[in-house]
Design a binder for this molecule. Structure first.
Ligand SMILES: *Cc1c(COP(=O)(O)O)cnc(C)c1O
Length: 463
C-alpha cells in the first residue's frame, strides 16, 4: 500500500468501494450518503494532487471534513475582553428563565392566538403588559432591535415632516447606523439645531414651524462630550413640544429599567424617568442594559403606539416566537427588582465586586502558570467596560490574568502575543482576551464557569 501511495501513477480507489467499506459505511450512517461522498471526493482530489494516498487515510480525511461540516460555526465563547455587553460576542447573556422560555416556545405556541376566545390574537400581547407595568407607559410594542425601533418611530410619526435634533446628538451608533442617515431613510427631514457642544432651548424654539413633527433627543451613548457643554433637560424639551403640539421622542438606546447606582454602577437614565419627564415616545434596546435578547422596545402614548403598530414596517420588523418568549421572561425578572441582579447575568456581571473577580483571576493564574511556563503570568488590576456604547466613559474596576512574552524573546514580541491570543481562540470553547501594553489580558469579570475554563486548558497550544 505504501508503495502504491507514493507511485506517480497512483490510481484512486472507486468512490463506491470506499463508501461500502466498513469505515465508509460508518460515515454514511452518521453523516448521510451525500455529504460523505462529497468529502471523500475532496479527499481523493487532494490525494491526486499530492501523488497518492491509501484508503484508510482517505477515509480519515473524509471523517475530519465531515466533522467540520457538522460543527456549527456559531458557538459559545469565554468573553474575557472586559466589555460585558460586547456586540461582537452577542451582548447580554440570557437568564436561565429566558433560555428555557425560548426552548418552550420552539414548537407550536399561542404566539398570535387568544386562548380564551379561540381566535387570532396579538403577537406583542405577551410583552405589552410587562412593558406598561414596569415602565408606567400607556402602551408599548416591540420590534427586532432598537435600530428598527428608531426607524419605525421616525417613519410613522414624522415622515414627510421635520424632526428637530441637536447637532451634538447626530451620532453614529456603530455598524454604519448613523442618526442623520437613518432619518433620511425614514423619510424624515432633519432639522439640526445648536452646536456640537452646546444647544439651548431657544435653538429648538426657533426651529419649530408648521412643518415640525417632533423633537428628538438621542442619548449619545458611545461617546461623551465634556468640558464647555450644555444641553436642554428633557423636561424642558417635553414642555416645549407640548406647547407647540409636536411630539417629544426620547431615544434612550441603553434601556435601563432599574437604577444602576444601587450596585455602585454609574447613573444611567431609566425608561421610567424618560416617561415621567414627559416623553411622548421612548425607544430602547433589549440586549443592552435590559439584559435580554436582541429586541427594540417602543413605549409611550397609546395613540402614537397604535400608529406605529399599523405601519407596514412593524410587520417587517416583528419578533420571532423564541425571542418574544425570552424577552417576556427577561421582563418578568424585573417584577422583583431585589433579585434581578442575581437572576440576570448581565447585571450580575456588571455589579460583580473587584475582590471576587480578583479571586477568580488568582485561581486562573495558578491554573495557567504551569501551562505557559515561559510566559510571566500575573494578576493585575484593570478596568472593564459596560460595552455596547452604554455609559461610555465609565470604567469598572476589575482584575485580569496577564501573560507577558518570555524575557528571552527580544524580537517578534508582537507576533508572539498574537499567536498566544490565537491559541486561546483555538480552544474548543474559544477564549477571547485582548492585547495591550505588551501583554495578553484575560479580564475575569465575565468568567463564571471556572471549571469549564480550566478543563480545556490542556489543549492549549502555547507558542
Ligand atoms: C445601541 C443603540 C441603538 C441601536 O440599538 P440596537 O438594539 O443595537 O439596534 C440605537 N440608538 C442608541 C442611542 C443606541 O445606543
Amino acid at each position: 500500500m505504501q508503495d502504491d501511495a507514493q507511485s506517480p501513477s497512483w490510481r484512486p480507489p472507486s468512490l463506491d468501494a470506499l463508501l461500502r467499506s466498513a469505515s465508509g459505511a460508518d460515515l454514511v450512517a452518521i453523516f448521510g450518503r451525500q455529504a460523505s461522498a462529497a468529502c471523500l471526493r475532496d479527499a481523493i482530489q487532494a490525494a491526486r494532487t499530492a501523488g497518492g494516498s491509501d484508503d484508510a487515510a482517505l477515509l480519515g480525511d473524509a471523517a475530519l471534513c465531515l466533522a467540520k461540516r457538522r460543527a456549527l460555526s456559531i458557538k459559545p465563547v469565554f468573553n474575557l475582553t472586559g466589555a460585558v455587553l460586547h456586540t461582537n460576542l452577542g451582548r447580554a447573556p440570557l437568564a436561565d428563565t429566558a433560555i428555557s422560555a425560548m426552548q418552550q416556545a420552539s414548537g407550536f405556541v399561542n404566539l398570535e392566538y387568544d386562548l380564551a376566545k379561540g381566535r387570532r390574537g396579538e403577537r406583542d400581547s405577551h410583552i405589552t403588559e410587562w412593558l406598561t407595568t414596569l415602565t408606567g407607559a400607556e402602551a408599548g410594542l416591540v420590534v427586532n432591535n432598537n435600530a428598527a425601533a428608531v426607524m419605525a418611530v421616525l417613519n410613522t410619526l414624522s415622515r414627510g415632516k421635520e424632526a428637530i435634533i441637536s447637532r451634538g446628538e447626530l451620532v453614529e451608533i456603530g455598524g454604519a447606523f448613523r442618526m442623520p442617515e437613518v432619518m433620511v431613510r425614514a423619510g424624515v427631514k432633519l432639522r439640526e439645531v445648536g452646536a456640537t457642544n452646546r444647544t439651548h432651548l431657544k435653538d429648538y424654539e426657533d426651529a419649530i414651524t408648521d412643518k415640525t413633527a417632533m423633537i428628538v433627543r438621542v442619548r449619545p451613548s458611545n461617546y461623551a462630550i465634556t468640558g464647555f457643554t450644555s444641553s436642554v433637560p428633557e423636561k424642558e424639551l417635553a414642555a416645549l413640544a407640548k406647547a407647540n403640539d409636536v411630539i417629544f421622542y426620547d431615544e434612550l438606546g441603553a434601556g435601563a429599567l432599574v437604577d444602576f447606582r444601587q450596585w455602585g454602577l454609574p447613573y444611567e437614565r431609566t425608561v421610567q424617568e424618560a416617561l415621567s419627564d414627559g416623553a411622548d415616545i421612548v425607544s430602547f434596546s433589549g440586549d443592552k442594559l435590559l439584559g435580554g435578547p436582541q429586541a427594540g422596545m417602543i413605549v409611550g402614548r397609546a395613540d402614537l403606539i397604535k400608529r406605529v403598530a399599523k405601519n407596514p414596517l412593524k410587520r417587517a420588523l416583528r419578533l420571532d416566537k423564541a425571542t418574544l418568549a425570552a424577552l417576556a421572561a427577561t421582563l418578568q425578572l424585573y417584577d422583583d427588582p431585589d433579585s434581578v441582579a442575581e437572576q440576570l447575568p448581565s447585571i450580575r456581571l456588571l455589579a460583580r465586586k473587584v475582590d471576587d473577580i480578583r479571586q477568580t483571576a488568582n485561581r486562573m493564574a495558578d491554573a495557567l502558570r504551569p501551562l505557559v511556563a515561559q510566559w510571566a503570568v500575573q494578576v493585575e488590576g484593570c478596568a472593564s467596560q459596560i460595552g455596547s456604547g452604554a455609559l461610555p466613559v465609565d470604567m469598572l474596576p476589575s482584575a485580569a490574568v496577564t501573560m507577558t512574552v518570555p524575557e528571552a524573546i527580544m524580537r517578534g514580541r508582537g507576533r508572539r502575543l498574537d499567536r498566544l491570543a490565537a491559541a486561546f481562540r483555538a480552544l474548543p470553547q474559544p477564549v477571547i482576551g485582548r492585547i495591550a501594553e505588551d501583554r495578553f489580558w484575560l479580564d475575569c469579570r465575565c468568567l463564571e464557569d471556572e471549571a469549564g475554563f480550566i478543563a480545556q486548558l490542556g489543549e492549549l497550544q502555547v507558542p
